[in-house]
Design a binder for this molecule. Structure first.
Ligand code: AMP
Length: 346
């Protein structure tokens, strides 16, 4: 991994918060502005108009690029370094730029621990991490023959619910996936229940875990298939198109807290200093009231876009408006005030 520039040369009174104009960036810019930071958006030409359209969430400065991956260009990186920029990674950042490229070539101080990237992007490692955290996970079938019930097959590297196929049993899944690609699929036990995606924030500065919200994704066409199942005759799809706010029964909150704490503790053992900042678990609550987690996102998730002014949980930590974007900005501000910025960037 290429050494990230340290923030030692930064003018810490002039830190700018920067990110790629996509995913949760409006929330990130809005929150950063609320905390008094200058904001910089790395934007493609076709998105420029959109990102100039929100008076309270448009970045103060746009760096216009042809493709998001141009963020890796020396010129852009030098520009960000001159701006005293701290980059906030989000899902599209990793998707458009690539985990390997970020690790190998991106040297602008970035909020969070980049060492989480290999643990997150490799399904096997992620599974190992979840188990080490004491989190219930779906069984993984090592081969087609091992399948003994409903199954969901996930193509490696697939994102946003693409590349998923489910089936009732081994015979059915064998017909639905290309046998030539079998090595590229993870065959996971299908979990029946209700989906909850809790948004956590682990603060290095305050040494505490916060739960800032919960959402559920809207996926096409699985989530509304009951409206037209008699009109189409093909397996459902899982492509994420939106998000809905949810809360869980209060008696279930403790279990979700334990999961968040377990994930942070395991990460500190596996890749110190471990996971910090915003993260999310994708869980299904089964009929026996147990949460089973099938994925972790180790950064801000788009479901937090539901709560730019706060959620039914964030209000128990902060009076007034509090989004995940603003929470990140507060962490950076407090780190600067305490001379600890180096601890929270890599
Ligand atoms: P993913 O690509 O892992 O984020 O999964 C996309 C969607 O597939 C989820 O939001 C769920 O609707 C569904 N899903 C994924 N894994 C499972 C599972 N093991 N059991 C049931 N549904 C799942």
């Amino acid at each position: 991994m290429k050494r990230t520039e340290t923030t030692a040369g930064y003018d810490q009174k002039q830190i700018a918060i920067a990110t790629i104009c996509s995913h949760s960036s409006l929330q990130i810019f809005h929150g950063a502005r609320q905390e008094g930071f200058r904001t910089i958006g790395i934007c493609t030409r076709e998105r420029q108009k959109l990102y100039e359209s929100f008076p309270l969430a448009s970045p103060d400065r746009l760096i216009v690029v042809d493709r998001f991956a141009d963020l890796l260009d020396e010129e852009v990186q030098e520009d960000l370094l001159r701006e005293n920029a701290v980059v906030i990674p989000h899902g599209s950042f990793v998707e458009y730029v690539g985990a390997d490229e970020i690790l190998a070539r991106f040297r602008v101080p970035t909020y969070g621990n980049k060492q989480v990237l290999p643990w997150e992007s490799d399904r096997r490692k992620q599974h190992q991490w979840l188990i080490a955290a004491g989190i219930a996970v779906p069984r993984i079938y090592p081969t087609l023959d091992a399948i003994d019930g409903p199954v969901i097959a996930k193509l490696s590297g697939a994102k946003g619910g693409r590349g998923l196929v489910h089936a009732r049993n081994r015979q059915e899944i064998a017909k639905r996936i290309d046998p030539a690609l079998i090595d590229q699929y993870t065959l996971q036990e299908y979990i029946f229940g209700t989906r909850y995606y809790p948004h956590y924030f682990y603060s290095q500065i305050r040494s505490r875990l916060e739960m800032l919200g919960i959402d559920r994704r809207d996926e096409t066409n699985i989530d509304e298939i009951y409206r037209y199942h008699d009109l189409i005759d093909r397996p459902p799809t899982y492509v994420v198109v939106g998000n809905r706010p949810v809360v869980v029964r209060e008696s279930l909150l403790g279990g979700l807290f334990d999961y968040g704490e377990g994930l942070v503790a395991a990460s500190q053992r596996l890749f110190a200093p471990g996971l910090f900042g915003p993260f999310c678990l994708e869980t299904v609550c089964r009929e026996d009231m147990k949460f089973v987690a099938f994925e972790v996102s180790a950064r801000i998730v788009a479901g937090t876009n539901l709560y730019p002014v706060g959620s039914p949980y964030s209000c128990y930590y902060f009076n007034g408006e509090m989004s995940t974007g603003r929470r990140i900005a507060i962490e950076i501000r407090e780190a600067v005030e305490q001379g600890r910025l180096e601890e929270i960037v890599t």
